[in-house]
Design a protein around this ligand. Structure first.
Ligand code: HEM
Length: 62
């Protein structure tokens, strides 16, 4: 049972979550949320291209 839970966690975190949003999508969302997600409520945050690249790399690693 413990092993199955671990396998489920590994599967969802390694395969499903990274597949949900790729780096290009995250970059676009951070630049202009509504361009990536028409119903987005998150406001445009004033970020430099370097900050967007750093945040995208960080979010993709989680
Ligand atoms: C540098 C700052 C920020 C970063 C890196 C960031 C990042 C993100 C990410 C990665 C998502 C998930 C998108 C998805 O996969 O569907 C998200 C969603 C969201 N964020 Fe942010 N966010 C930031 C600032 C903010 C601010 C300042 C607000 C509101 C005042 C906000 C409000 C929201 C909301 C409401 C969502 C849910 C989806 C939507 O309706 O847009 N975020 N954010």
């Amino acid at each position: 049972m413990k092993t199955r839970k671990w396998l489920f966690f590994a599967f969802t975190s390694l395969i499903i979550l990274p597949a949900k949003r790729d780096a290009a999508w995250i970059r676009l969302y951070l630049k202009d949320p509504m361009a990536a997600l028409p119903e987005a409520k998150m406001p445009k945050v004033d970020l430099t291209d370097q900050e967007i690249a750093d945040l995208t790399a960080f979010l993709r690693l989680r």
